[in-house]
Ligand binder design. Structure first.
Ligand SMILES: O=C(CO)[C@H](O)[C@H](O)COP(=O)(O)O
Length: 278
Protein backbone atom coordinates (compact mmCIF):
# COMPACT_ATOMS: atom_id res chain seq x y z
CA UNK A 1 0.00 0.00 0.00
CA UNK A 2 2.78 2.30 1.03
CA UNK A 3 4.65 1.57 -2.24
CA UNK A 4 1.64 2.06 -4.43
CA UNK A 5 0.88 5.44 -2.77
CA UNK A 6 4.47 6.49 -3.36
CA UNK A 7 4.21 5.41 -7.02
CA UNK A 8 0.98 7.31 -7.33
CA UNK A 9 2.61 10.47 -5.92
CA UNK A 10 5.55 10.11 -8.32
CA UNK A 11 3.14 9.73 -11.26
CA UNK A 12 1.31 12.93 -10.20
CA UNK A 13 4.56 14.86 -9.86
CA UNK A 14 5.72 13.60 -13.27
CA UNK A 15 2.47 14.68 -14.90
CA UNK A 16 2.73 18.13 -13.28
CA UNK A 17 6.35 18.48 -14.39
CA UNK A 18 5.66 17.30 -17.92
CA UNK A 19 2.69 19.67 -17.98
CA UNK A 20 4.80 22.61 -16.90
CA UNK A 21 7.52 21.75 -19.44
CA UNK A 22 4.90 21.61 -22.20
CA UNK A 23 3.43 24.89 -20.93
CA UNK A 24 6.89 26.45 -20.91
CA UNK A 25 7.44 25.36 -24.54
CA UNK A 26 4.06 26.70 -25.57
CA UNK A 27 4.84 30.00 -23.83
CA UNK A 28 8.26 30.22 -25.53
CA UNK A 29 6.67 29.43 -28.91
CA UNK A 30 4.06 32.19 -28.57
CA UNK A 31 6.64 34.64 -27.25
CA UNK A 32 8.94 33.97 -30.22
CA UNK A 33 5.98 34.29 -32.58
CA UNK A 34 4.98 37.67 -31.13
CA UNK A 35 8.60 38.93 -31.22
CA UNK A 36 8.83 37.89 -34.88
CA UNK A 37 5.51 39.55 -35.68
CA UNK A 38 6.57 42.81 -33.99
CA UNK A 39 9.95 42.66 -35.76
CA UNK A 40 8.33 42.02 -39.16
CA UNK A 41 5.87 44.85 -38.54
CA UNK A 42 8.78 47.17 -37.67
CA UNK A 43 10.68 46.10 -40.79
CA UNK A 44 7.57 46.65 -42.92
CA UNK A 45 7.02 50.14 -41.49
CA UNK A 46 10.69 50.96 -42.06
CA UNK A 47 10.37 49.86 -45.69
CA UNK A 48 7.27 52.01 -46.16
CA UNK A 49 9.15 55.03 -44.76
CA UNK A 50 12.15 54.38 -47.04
CA UNK A 51 9.90 53.89 -50.08
CA UNK A 52 8.17 57.16 -49.22
CA UNK A 53 11.52 58.96 -49.05
CA UNK A 54 12.55 57.59 -52.45
CA UNK A 55 9.22 58.65 -53.98
CA UNK A 56 9.62 62.17 -52.56
CA UNK A 57 13.22 62.39 -53.81
CA UNK A 58 11.99 61.48 -57.30
CA UNK A 59 9.12 63.98 -57.12
CA UNK A 60 11.47 66.76 -56.00
CA UNK A 61 14.06 65.89 -58.67
CA UNK A 62 11.52 65.77 -61.48
CA UNK A 63 9.91 69.01 -60.37
CA UNK A 64 13.33 70.73 -60.34
CA UNK A 65 13.89 69.67 -63.95
CA UNK A 66 10.80 71.67 -64.97
CA UNK A 67 12.61 74.85 -63.81
CA UNK A 68 15.39 74.49 -66.38
CA UNK A 69 15.02 76.55 -69.54
CA UNK A 70 16.92 76.70 -72.83
CA UNK A 71 20.45 78.14 -72.76
CA UNK A 72 20.99 77.73 -69.00
CA UNK A 73 24.27 76.80 -67.36
CA UNK A 74 23.15 74.39 -64.66
CA UNK A 75 25.05 73.27 -61.56
CA UNK A 76 24.56 69.56 -61.01
CA UNK A 77 24.80 68.46 -57.38
CA UNK A 78 25.58 65.00 -56.05
CA UNK A 79 23.51 62.23 -54.50
CA UNK A 80 20.50 60.01 -54.98
CA UNK A 81 17.97 62.87 -55.15
CA UNK A 82 20.02 64.74 -57.73
CA UNK A 83 20.24 61.54 -59.76
CA UNK A 84 16.45 61.78 -60.33
CA UNK A 85 16.88 65.42 -61.36
CA UNK A 86 19.71 64.64 -63.80
CA UNK A 87 17.77 61.79 -65.39
CA UNK A 88 14.71 64.02 -65.82
CA UNK A 89 16.90 66.84 -67.16
CA UNK A 90 18.57 64.57 -69.73
CA UNK A 91 15.13 63.42 -70.92
CA UNK A 92 13.97 67.05 -71.16
CA UNK A 93 17.07 68.07 -73.13
CA UNK A 94 16.43 65.23 -75.58
CA UNK A 95 12.69 65.77 -75.89
CA UNK A 96 12.80 69.55 -76.25
CA UNK A 97 16.19 69.91 -77.96
CA UNK A 98 17.51 72.30 -75.29
CA UNK A 99 21.00 73.74 -75.19
CA UNK A 100 22.11 73.15 -71.58
CA UNK A 101 25.59 73.12 -70.08
CA UNK A 102 26.10 71.24 -66.85
CA UNK A 103 28.72 72.01 -64.21
CA UNK A 104 29.21 69.00 -61.97
CA UNK A 105 30.13 68.71 -58.28
CA UNK A 106 31.76 65.27 -58.22
CA UNK A 107 33.29 62.56 -60.39
CA UNK A 108 30.18 60.46 -59.78
CA UNK A 109 27.89 63.18 -61.14
CA UNK A 110 30.22 63.77 -64.09
CA UNK A 111 30.04 60.09 -65.06
CA UNK A 112 26.26 60.03 -64.73
CA UNK A 113 25.75 63.25 -66.71
CA UNK A 114 28.17 62.14 -69.44
CA UNK A 115 26.48 58.75 -69.71
CA UNK A 116 23.18 60.55 -70.32
CA UNK A 117 24.69 62.82 -72.96
CA UNK A 118 24.58 66.11 -71.01
CA UNK A 119 27.17 68.65 -72.21
CA UNK A 120 29.58 69.57 -69.41
CA UNK A 121 31.98 72.39 -68.56
CA UNK A 122 34.16 72.97 -65.52
CA UNK A 123 33.29 75.75 -63.09
CA UNK A 124 36.30 77.73 -64.35
CA UNK A 125 35.12 77.56 -67.96
CA UNK A 126 31.86 79.41 -67.33
CA UNK A 127 31.36 83.03 -66.23
CA UNK A 128 28.60 82.16 -63.75
CA UNK A 129 26.21 79.27 -63.21
CA UNK A 130 22.55 80.23 -63.71
CA UNK A 131 20.97 77.70 -61.38
CA UNK A 132 22.35 74.87 -59.26
CA UNK A 133 20.16 72.00 -58.19
CA UNK A 134 21.62 70.00 -55.33
CA UNK A 135 20.49 67.71 -52.53
CA UNK A 136 21.04 68.19 -48.80
CA UNK A 137 21.31 65.92 -45.79
CA UNK A 138 19.41 68.12 -43.36
CA UNK A 139 17.76 71.54 -43.57
CA UNK A 140 16.46 73.71 -40.73
CA UNK A 141 13.57 76.17 -40.80
CA UNK A 142 15.96 79.07 -41.53
CA UNK A 143 17.23 77.02 -44.52
CA UNK A 144 20.66 76.36 -43.02
CA UNK A 145 21.83 73.03 -44.30
CA UNK A 146 24.18 70.15 -43.71
CA UNK A 147 25.69 68.70 -46.87
CA UNK A 148 28.48 66.28 -47.66
CA UNK A 149 26.82 62.92 -47.06
CA UNK A 150 28.25 61.97 -50.44
CA UNK A 151 31.68 63.46 -49.57
CA UNK A 152 31.31 66.09 -52.31
CA UNK A 153 30.94 69.13 -50.02
CA UNK A 154 34.00 71.01 -51.27
CA UNK A 155 33.03 71.08 -54.94
CA UNK A 156 29.37 71.51 -53.98
CA UNK A 157 30.25 74.65 -52.05
CA UNK A 158 32.44 76.02 -54.85
CA UNK A 159 29.67 75.44 -57.40
CA UNK A 160 27.02 76.91 -55.05
CA UNK A 161 29.05 80.06 -54.43
CA UNK A 162 29.45 80.57 -58.18
CA UNK A 163 25.73 80.22 -58.90
CA UNK A 164 23.18 82.98 -59.35
CA UNK A 165 20.60 80.78 -57.69
CA UNK A 166 20.70 77.61 -55.59
CA UNK A 167 17.85 75.17 -55.07
CA UNK A 168 17.98 72.09 -52.85
CA UNK A 169 15.76 69.10 -53.43
CA UNK A 170 14.93 66.93 -50.43
CA UNK A 171 12.38 64.56 -48.97
CA UNK A 172 10.46 65.75 -45.92
CA UNK A 173 12.40 63.55 -43.44
CA UNK A 174 15.33 65.96 -43.80
CA UNK A 175 13.49 69.14 -42.81
CA UNK A 176 14.00 69.83 -39.08
CA UNK A 177 13.70 72.72 -36.67
CA UNK A 178 17.40 72.48 -35.78
CA UNK A 179 20.14 70.74 -37.77
CA UNK A 180 22.67 68.35 -36.26
CA UNK A 181 21.00 64.97 -36.26
CA UNK A 182 22.91 64.19 -39.44
CA UNK A 183 26.64 63.92 -38.65
CA UNK A 184 28.41 67.04 -39.86
CA UNK A 185 31.05 66.19 -42.49
CA UNK A 186 34.38 67.99 -42.27
CA UNK A 187 36.85 67.55 -45.12
CA UNK A 188 40.42 67.49 -43.79
CA UNK A 189 43.90 67.20 -45.23
CA UNK A 190 45.26 63.69 -44.46
CA UNK A 191 48.52 65.13 -43.08
CA UNK A 192 47.89 65.85 -39.38
CA UNK A 193 44.34 64.48 -39.49
CA UNK A 194 44.87 62.32 -36.36
CA UNK A 195 45.68 65.44 -34.36
CA UNK A 196 42.58 67.09 -35.75
CA UNK A 197 40.50 64.11 -34.68
CA UNK A 198 41.93 64.42 -31.14
CA UNK A 199 41.16 68.13 -31.15
CA UNK A 200 37.52 67.46 -32.08
CA UNK A 201 37.39 64.70 -29.48
CA UNK A 202 38.63 67.08 -26.79
CA UNK A 203 35.93 69.54 -27.86
CA UNK A 204 33.34 66.77 -27.28
CA UNK A 205 32.33 66.70 -30.95
CA UNK A 206 32.21 62.87 -31.22
CA UNK A 207 34.38 62.71 -34.34
CA UNK A 208 34.85 59.64 -36.51
CA UNK A 209 36.80 59.14 -39.71
CA UNK A 210 34.34 58.18 -42.41
CA UNK A 211 35.04 54.68 -43.67
CA UNK A 212 33.95 52.54 -46.59
CA UNK A 213 32.01 49.30 -46.08
CA UNK A 214 35.35 47.47 -46.17
CA UNK A 215 36.87 49.68 -43.46
CA UNK A 216 39.16 51.95 -45.48
CA UNK A 217 39.04 55.69 -44.93
CA UNK A 218 36.81 57.48 -47.41
CA UNK A 219 38.76 59.88 -49.61
CA UNK A 220 37.17 62.76 -51.49
CA UNK A 221 37.62 63.42 -55.21
CA UNK A 222 40.75 65.44 -54.33
CA UNK A 223 42.17 62.85 -51.91
CA UNK A 224 41.18 64.36 -48.54
CA UNK A 225 39.61 62.54 -45.58
CA UNK A 226 36.17 63.13 -44.10
CA UNK A 227 35.72 63.42 -40.34
CA UNK A 228 32.06 63.24 -39.30
CA UNK A 229 31.07 65.17 -36.18
CA UNK A 230 28.18 63.59 -34.28
CA UNK A 231 26.71 66.68 -32.66
CA UNK A 232 23.02 65.82 -32.49
CA UNK A 233 21.93 69.49 -32.24
CA UNK A 234 23.68 72.51 -33.73
CA UNK A 235 22.23 75.49 -31.90
CA UNK A 236 24.75 78.02 -33.24
CA UNK A 237 25.74 77.01 -36.78
CA UNK A 238 27.47 80.35 -37.50
CA UNK A 239 29.86 80.01 -34.52
CA UNK A 240 30.58 76.39 -35.35
CA UNK A 241 31.29 77.30 -38.98
CA UNK A 242 33.65 80.05 -37.79
CA UNK A 243 35.46 77.64 -35.43
CA UNK A 244 35.93 75.08 -38.21
CA UNK A 245 37.08 77.70 -40.71
CA UNK A 246 39.78 78.82 -38.23
CA UNK A 247 41.04 75.27 -37.72
CA UNK A 248 44.22 74.49 -39.65
CA UNK A 249 43.90 71.29 -41.67
CA UNK A 250 40.18 71.73 -42.27
CA UNK A 251 39.62 72.16 -45.99
CA UNK A 252 35.84 72.66 -45.84
CA UNK A 253 32.86 71.79 -43.67
CA UNK A 254 29.35 70.70 -44.51
CA UNK A 255 27.55 73.68 -42.99
CA UNK A 256 25.91 75.54 -45.86
CA UNK A 257 24.59 78.75 -44.31
CA UNK A 258 22.82 81.46 -46.29
CA UNK A 259 23.58 79.47 -49.42
CA UNK A 260 20.27 78.26 -50.69
CA UNK A 261 17.52 80.37 -52.25
CA UNK A 262 14.79 77.76 -52.35
CA UNK A 263 14.16 74.28 -51.03
CA UNK A 264 11.84 71.86 -52.77
CA UNK A 265 10.36 69.12 -50.61
CA UNK A 266 9.03 66.22 -52.69
CA UNK A 267 5.32 65.40 -52.63
CA UNK A 268 2.39 65.02 -55.03
CA UNK A 269 2.41 68.80 -55.01
CA UNK A 270 6.06 69.62 -54.16
CA UNK A 271 6.44 72.23 -51.40
CA UNK A 272 8.60 75.23 -52.25
CA UNK A 273 10.21 77.11 -49.36
CA UNK A 274 11.93 80.39 -50.21
CA UNK A 275 14.76 81.90 -48.25
CA UNK A 276 13.50 85.30 -47.20
CA UNK A 277 16.59 86.16 -45.11
CA UNK A 278 19.03 88.67 -46.67
O1 LIG B 1 25.70 66.65 -49.97
C1 LIG B 1 25.55 65.72 -50.70
C2 LIG B 1 26.68 64.96 -51.27
O2 LIG B 1 27.90 65.40 -50.77
C3 LIG B 1 24.18 65.27 -51.07
O3 LIG B 1 23.53 66.30 -51.68
C4 LIG B 1 23.46 64.84 -49.83
O4 LIG B 1 24.25 63.84 -49.19
C5 LIG B 1 22.08 64.29 -50.12
O5 LIG B 1 22.17 63.05 -50.71
P1 LIG B 1 20.91 62.20 -51.10
O6 LIG B 1 20.14 62.96 -52.11
O7 LIG B 1 21.49 60.91 -51.64
O8 LIG B 1 20.10 61.95 -49.85
Amino acid sequence: MFFSLKNFMIQILLVINIGSIVNTFIAIFFYALSVKLIYCQGEKEEHIVIDQQIIQKKQAGEFAATLITDGMIVGLGTGSTVRFFIEALAAKINNEGLNITGVTTSNKTSSLAKSLGIKLASVDEVPMIDLTIDGADEVDHQLNGIKGGGAALLFEKIVALNSKKNIWIIDESKYHEVIGQFPLPVEVVPYGSHHLLKKFLAADMQPTFRRTATGERVTTDVGNYIIDLHLNRIEYPQSLAYFLEQTIGVVEHGLFLKTVDEVIIGGNQPTLISNTKP
